[in-house]
Design a protein around this ligand. Structure first.
Ligand code: GDP
Ligand code: GDP
Length: 435
């Protein structure tokens, strides 16, 4: 199960505070590993083993005051179209405001599920304040304190129970799903159009565009796959923040539903924080990845150009540096076919099962080349490995002192497995267990 949950509501009701609380635990772990800075607008939440994506509309606040109210109104509409569940938040201490009433009116007409979150009820005595808000006509009410955490456990229970089951994509079942993602203007539409040989762009100024419209079947050059497109659907808005909000929701959705993400970068601009945010989202979802350095035709090249660019990307993405990087041009079609073939290859590798004897041969060779360092006089012995069923290749390595295998040695073994089995672009897990 998975899904997108959006927190909406007028400013200052506590949306960001709730967001931070709900993404807290998991984010901390992931960020430690990747060194990727956390994005305050969207993240992953994990509750009772169920992961979902959480988006905070409060992170998309326009600076200009004359569009402010209309912009947040529009955010409610975007969230209604794109999210699976809405958390409509109000300030339990401030009482109902006209803007709350207006939002309630909009979301009541919405077929998607909405929870009314009455926030800032920090003490048990305050919890009676929630009843006033029943007037808003939304039956599922949760009294919480985002600041102290009171009530958030019950809320999370209800959230995960309300998430839709993973949609079975009957039409294209079993085909590789490849998402084309990247920030605006990197060339996503151009690349998709070049793949398909026709313009695929659809502009949606109006509500109600179904999200399945982003799937396009691609069959050519012996390939059969589904392109998951975030570019084809564009939302017109006068407000930059809302275009970004919409594009984020689309990107999260595309990444959630794909096997492999093609992350486009603009060769004239390098790898910036927005690119990094998308990269880390792909990592968090354990999806395969291929990096396309697009608009390569615009770069003045000498013999070192690709190497320098690759180095820059690997620095930014460390320690996940085992990535296919392809220099493309949508304009001249340079290496586009190679990009697709690589994505299909990554997809295959993502579900690779390695025979146990082969796995152990490689492991023993790696250990013979370079023994695990002893830990406080304990000699570390790694006996054997086995692959366990999981959505990405996952290996258990059995050792006498699993807790004492140091990080750099783990990375060494992981890299050996990556090299020998061609896991470039594929997320893999290596865990140590007591024999
Ligand atoms: P947003 O604009 O909706 O994202 O609201 P923020 O999360 O930025 O919170 C607005 C203000 O309300 C901040 O000063 C928060 O510290 C405060 N706040 C948020 N949640 C609570 C809460 O549960 N109790 C109390 N007392 N204050 C809160
Ligand atoms: P999107 O917002 O990511 O879908 O980007 P678009 O496909 O709309 O491209 C943005 C701009 O970059 C357009 O003007 C394209 O013509 C241009 N563009 C896209 N790919 C390339 C490329 O490989 N080379 C050059 N020179 N221009 C490109």
């Amino acid at each position: 199960m998975s899904g997108i949950v959006a927190i909406i509501g007028r400013p200052n009701v506590g949306k960001s505070t709730l967001f931070n609380r709900l993404v807290e635990s998991r984010q901390a772990i992931v960020d430690d590993m990747s060194g990727v800075t956390r994005d305050r607008n969207y993240g992953q939440s994990l509750w009772n083993g169920i992961a979902f994506s959480l988006i905070d509309t409060g992170g998309y606040v326009p600076e200009s005051s004359d569009v402010f109210e209309s912009a947040i109104r529009e955010q409610v509409h975007i969230a209604m179209e794109e999210a699976d569940l809405l958390l409509f938040m109000v300030d339990g201490r401030a009482g109902i405001t006209p803007l709350d009433e207006e939002f309630a009116e909009i979301v009541r007409r919405n077929p998607k599920k909405v929870f009314l979150i009455v926030n800032k009820l920090d003490t048990p005595q305050m919890s009676d304040s929630q009843y006033e808000f029943y007037q808003l006509g939304l039956p599922e009410v949760f009294a919480v304190s985002a600041a102290t955490g009171t009530g958030t456990g019950d809320l999370l229970d209800a959230v995960v129970a309300a998430l839709p089951p993973d949609k079975v994509l009957e039409d294209h079942e079993g085909l590789p799903r490849i998402a084309v993602v990247g920030r605006p203007n990197v060339g996503k539409s151009s690349v998709i159009n070049a793949f398909l040989g026709r313009p695929a762009q659809i502009v949606t100024p109006v509500a109600g565009t179904t999200r399945d419209a982003i799937d396009t079947r691609y069959t050519a050059f012996g390939m059969d796959l589904v392109l998951v497109d975030t570019a084809g659907l564009r939302r017109k808005s006068k407000v930059e923040e809302n275009i970004e909000f919409y594009s984020t929701l689309r990107t999260v959705r595309a990444i959630e539903t794909c096997d492999v993400a093609m992350l486009l970068l603009d060769a004239t601009q390098g790898m910036e924080s927005q690119d990094m945010a998308i990269f880390s989202l792909i990592q968090k979802h354990s999806k395969g990845i291929v990096i396309l350095v697009n608009k390569w035709d615009l770069v003045e090249k000498d013999h070192k150009s690709t190497l320098e660019f690759e180095k820059l990307i690997r620095e930014r993405t460390a320690p996940f540096t085992d990535l296919p990087i392809i220099f493309t041009s949508a304009l001249t079609r340079q290496r586009l076919l190679k990009a697709l073939e690589t994505a299909v290859e990554v997809c295959k590798r993502r579900s690779l099962r390695i025979p146990t004897h082969e796995l152990n041969e490689v492991l023993q060779e790696a250990i013979a080349k370079h023994h695990p360092p002893a830990h406080r006089g304990h000699i570390i012995r790694i006996k054997y490995a086995t692959q366990v069923p999981a959505s990405v290749p996952t290996f258990l390595l059995f050792a006498n002192h699993p807790d004492h295998v140091d990080e750099s040695y783990k990375r060494y073994l992981e890299n050996q497995l990556r090299e020998r089995f061609g896991f470039t672009g594929v997320p893999i897990n290596v865990f140590f267990r007591k024999k």
